[in-house]
Design a protein around this ligand. Structure first.
Ligand code: PGA
Length: 261
């Protein structure tokens, strides 16, 4: 049984005060509200938030329970040195991050991070105590020209070419985020999201075998909101959600958690 992951990617939003308020609110929801208590007691969902670097400390400091996990939105693969503007895995660990998002479409397309750099980031992360949430997904024109699966398999082939079955089954989380659905309000249909996640699981099966592909967690992301979270998350191969806009408001984030338990 794969544990669901509900992850909020705040992008460049929420300063320290907002991060503190958000985490405090979420903690009280888990502790005192019926839906939150049910989510906490069920143990079925792992809740992650990814603040911008400067708000990570405030989010970690506001945590009271082990119910909320903190992710970074990016990392650099080198351990230290002359890399202006970058942050290492040991720095993320020290700050209290348990996860890091790698290869988000904004990193790929706005900041032009190529497949070979993302592979290095993934490998370095798997050698650290931080776990990766590795994003893949096609652009609108790639989908329109019938190349969506080709793009996804290229991104994954690069990223996981040197990984072993154990690592893929136990440590990796993949997020399928079609670029055309991110921040556009144009969510993928349940069937399209499931088809892509099933495709990813099959790729994992072909390369790493049954055990690894059965335990690999695959999230969907792209215009998720409380109105569509339940049906997306109930698809066979969708093990959770990576949420941008709708994760900024704590009430809507809590609502999404409530819909998937
Ligand atoms: P969105 O973003 O939910 O605002 O579409 C998702 C993401 O970029 O991870």
């Amino acid at each position: 049984m794969r544990k669901k992951m509900i992850a909020g990617n705040w992008k460049m939003n929420n300063n320290q005060a907002a991060a503190k308020d958000f985490v405090e609110n979420l903690e009280s929801w888990f502790a005192a509200e019926p839906a939150g208590k049910k989510a906490a007691a069920s143990g079925e969902v792992e809740v992650v938030i990814a603040p911008p670097f400067t708000s990570i400390g405030a989010a970690v400091a506001a945590k009271k329970s082990k119910l909320v996990h903190i992710a970074a939105q990016n990392v650099y693969h080198e351990s230290k040195g002359a890399f202006t503007g970058e942050v290492s895995l040991s720095m993320l660990e020290e700050a209290g991050c348990e996860y890091v998002i790698i290869g988000h479409s904004e990193r790929r397309h706005v900041f032009h991070e190529p497949d070979d750099v993302l592979e290095k980031k993934l490998i370095a992360t798997l050698e650290s105590r931080v776990l990766p949430i590795f994003c893949v997904g096609e652009m609108l024109e790639e989908r329109a020209s019938g190349n969506a699966e080709k793009v996804i398999s290229r991104q994954l082939d690069f990223a996981w070419q040197s990984l072993t079955s154990d690592v893929v089954g136990e440590m990796l989380v993949i997020a399928y985020e079609p670029v055309w659905a991110i921040g556009t309000g144009q969510t993928a249909s349940d069937a399209d999201a499931e088809k892509a996640c099933d495709y990813i699981r099959n790729l994992a099966y072909e390369k790493f075998g049954q055990t690894a592909s059965d335990s690999l967690r695959i999230l969907y992301g792209g215009s998720v909101k409380p109105e569509n979270s339940a049906s997306l998350c109930s698809q066979n191969d969708i093990d959770g959600l990576l949420i941008g806009g709708a994760s900024l408001d704590v009430k809507s984030f809590e609502k999404i958690i409530e819909t998937v338990i």
